[in-house]
Design a binder for this molecule. Sequence first.
Ligand SMILES: [Zn+2]
Length: 504
Amino acid sequence: MNQQLKTPVTPRDAAAMILLRDPEDPKVLWVKRARTLAFMANYHAFPGGQRDAEDAEIPIINDEGLEDAVMRTVAIREIFEEAGVLIARGVEKLSTEKIAKLRRAHSADEISFKDLLESEGLELDAALLKEAPRWVTPPHMPRRYDTRFYSAWLPEGQDIEIIPGELEEGEWIRPDEALKRWVDGDCLIVTPIFAALQALSGGVHDFADRMHAVNQDQRDHLEKRVEMRYGFYLSPLRTPTIPPATHTNCYIVGGDEMVVIDPGSPYDDQQEMLDEVIDQFIDEGRKIREIIITHLHPDHIGGVAHLAQKYNLPVAAHRLTAEAISDEVQVDRIIEDGETITLSEKSSGLDWRLRAMWTPGHAKGHLSFYEERTGSLLTGDCVVGFGTVVIAPPEGNMNDYLDSLRHYLELPRITALMPGHGPVIADAKRKIEEYIDHRFERERMIIEAMKGGASRSDQIVKAVYTDVPQTMHQLAELSVLAHLGKLESDGLVKRIDDDYRLCI
Ligand SMILES: [Zn+2]
């Protein structure tokens, strides 16, 4: 099979600060990223950011033998910009009001960080930071960072002040409490944050060493399986999918017993990688109960037959999916709309209750799964992390699709969208509303184009999809046909052969 290999994005240099306070009852500063950010919107994280060109010009003492001295400067500058905490030799001479004033001047671009330090006679000191492990964003992500983590204690007399912008809020939290919230589904964090919290919960003073040692395991598996949430593992597998996506997310969910959702890759190397992940789970004493398919598309079922055969696993899907793929994959169990698949873990006493939701629109037999305890919603191709969802008739149906999105909104609590492609989305409700709005906006534009004289789908594409490259126009035309189908069933459009006319 023809394999499209895409070069991963080059990681950019970044630094993050694990800021601690109260040595007797240690707390760490974590921040909630703004919902408007393109990367990890509404995730919890540590303050940090990318390296600036000027950072290398800022002197830092005690940098002998340190190849990462400039990255320490990045971490110090970022914690100042994002939380108003200034970590420098001589800072005790400054009042908190003075520090706040300097920060305002700096954020208004009135003074550079370098000049600010110089004018106050402050010195950056590499020794004030402790180095924690360095992490690189896995290759399947649209943006990647090579992030150095450092820790430092909050300087005496200072406190944080988060000015809403890139960050929504900041909070001092005991590491155990942060982990509990993660297990309960109250927040989304990425693996290095999880690794740091886990190491911190064992004691803050030597945590950096422990983070190095204890989490080697996490790191080894990072590109193969990312634990997005306790008991929710994501294995991004390269598949023949629709650009800009290059991978399909395979989810493995549960505790002592697990299910594998959408092992979609037809490629040998990707199947081998997933086999390794499954072997690891089996080595950990877990059992794989079944394979679940969200819908019939090749990039979601490409690895099902292999996995089913190799591990002797039953396959479950919606009836319509089972019928459509019967030539390629044998489905052993039909999943009914509303049924709940319960998976549990003895050691933690936790359950994962996956409620199946029939969500047609992208595909007739499309299933989503809502995990009731954590509020996690596995969306298949109904909502994706980047790119767009194609609604291609006759399999796709715009009315059904919008109904499915509305069903999502009726759920009591959605804490994360775990899509079939792209990153997991924290700001769930808003994303779903955006999806609905986007479709109505397209519909409005289609009606406008028709009022302007376009009557065939290709003419409408040219008028409406001016923001989409020519190469995607064929797909766009399918979406237009889906919209026209909806408008027809709404009684707003009449079709005569390939010609569509407005009846309003
Ligand atoms: Zn699909």
